[in-house]
Design a protein around this ligand. Structure first.
Ligand code: ZN
Ligand code: ZN
Length: 346
């Protein structure tokens, strides 16, 4: 079967690889139908995630069909269409029992395209199938639920819930990529009075505007700090960092009001200066989190009820035969205007 393998920084190859096989009774083998590329896949390709061994199949976000199940799998049968989340859960370790699946101690957590072969392949082995997969309701298309695999729960859990966004809040989202936009579309569930989205890319700000941002600000054109202070009357209640570089984190610390929250969502590859000499006196809370996926059932219900529509986040669709082009389009978002890129694998 065909798969996209990582061989080192800047080196990915489409190759014929052996078919995956059941290794544990709790495994399933799935046929990937629809997948998407993540900013984290690009981080890996830049060499920022050294644990990924050469030869690993990339990808951790897909909708698939179960082809085979191990003897211990009870909830799924061949033919079931399933959401394969980025985070796997053994279901029984102390962190899984606390719904902190991202911290699973038993071989779960973020493993696809990281510690085991991922989902940019025609087939994949899914560990802990019963406690990791979700059935797709028959009335929904793959594209309706595809972003439940990672970006929607990441934006919601790590940004909105962790940042404790509540009714009436003013929220700044720094970064208008897929994660920032996911925080934007899920912020509405908590009733903020104002959501301000900040990015250097006008195309992405335009998408943010279409998805309901009240204000979009481009720091290359205006003084974002002054603008946010004047819009909010003294700073936002919650600043969400959705880029993962030092400048954007520091900007969040300058936009938040005393007593406010900074929710870091971005994947950082280098150290950030924490200005405690300014922050210590301002009662600010800073949070970090890897997505757990515990809100997938809630977000799925909202999508079924047509209260949440993630489909506008998809800007491009490619067949799997054009997967290399899809990576390039996603990696060059400023020129291609890409947000999420959908791969139709089968
Ligand atoms: Zn991802
Ligand atoms: Zn676990």
């Amino acid at each position: 079967m065909k798969a996209v393998r990582y061989y080192g920084p800047g080196d990915k190859r489409v190759e014929d690889v052996p078919e995956p096989a059941i290794q544990e009774p709790t495994d399933a083998i799935v046929r990937v139908r629809t997948a998407t590329i993540c900013g984290t896949d690009l981080h890996i390709l830049k060499g920022h995630v050294p644990e990924v061994k050469p030869g690993t199949v990339l990808g951790h976000e897909a909708v698939a069909v179960v082809e085979e199940v191990g003897t211990g799998v009870r909830r799924f049968r061949p033919g079931d269409r399933v959401i394969v989340p980025a985070i796997s859960a053994c279901g029984i370790c102390s962190y899984c029992r606390r719904q902190m699946y991202g911290q699973c101690e038993n071989g779960g957590g973020w493993i696809f395209g990281h510690l085991i072969d991922g989902l940019h392949a025609e087939r994949a082995r899914v560990p802990f199938a019963d406690t990791s997969l979700y059935p797709v309701p028959p009335e929904l298309e793959d594209e309706d639920v595809l972003f439940l695999t990672d970006i929607l729960p990441t934006g919601y859990e790590c940004g909105i819930v962790r940042g404790r966004v509540k009714a009436g809040d003013a929220v700044a989202i720094v970064g208008s990529g897929p994660i920032g936009l996911s925080a934007l579309v899920t912020s509405r569930l908590h009733g903020p009075r104002m959501v301000i989205v900040i990015d250097l890319d006008d195309n992405r700000l335009e998408l943010a505007r279409r998805l309901g941002a009240d204000h979009v600000l481009n720091p290359s054109r205006l003084d974002v700090r002054r603008e946010v202070m004047s819009l909010t009357g003294g700073g936002v209640d919650v600043a969400i960092e959705a880029v993962g570089v030092p400048d954007t984190f520091e900007l969040c610390t300058e936009l938040v009001r005393p007593g406010g929250n900074i929710a870091n969502v971005g994947v950082h590859g280098s150290p950030v200066t924490l200005h405690l000499e300014r922050l210590w006196i301002r009662d600010v809370t800073i949070t970090t989190q890897l997505v757990d996926g515990y809100t997938i059932p809630l977000l799925l219900d909202l999508i079924r009820a047509r209260r949440l529509d993630p489909r506008p986040l998809a800007t491009h669709t490619f067949g799997f035969d054009r997967v290399m082009e899809a990576y390039d389009v996603f990696a060059n978002a400023a020129e291609t205007r890409a947000c999420k890129v959908v791969l139709k694998v089968a």
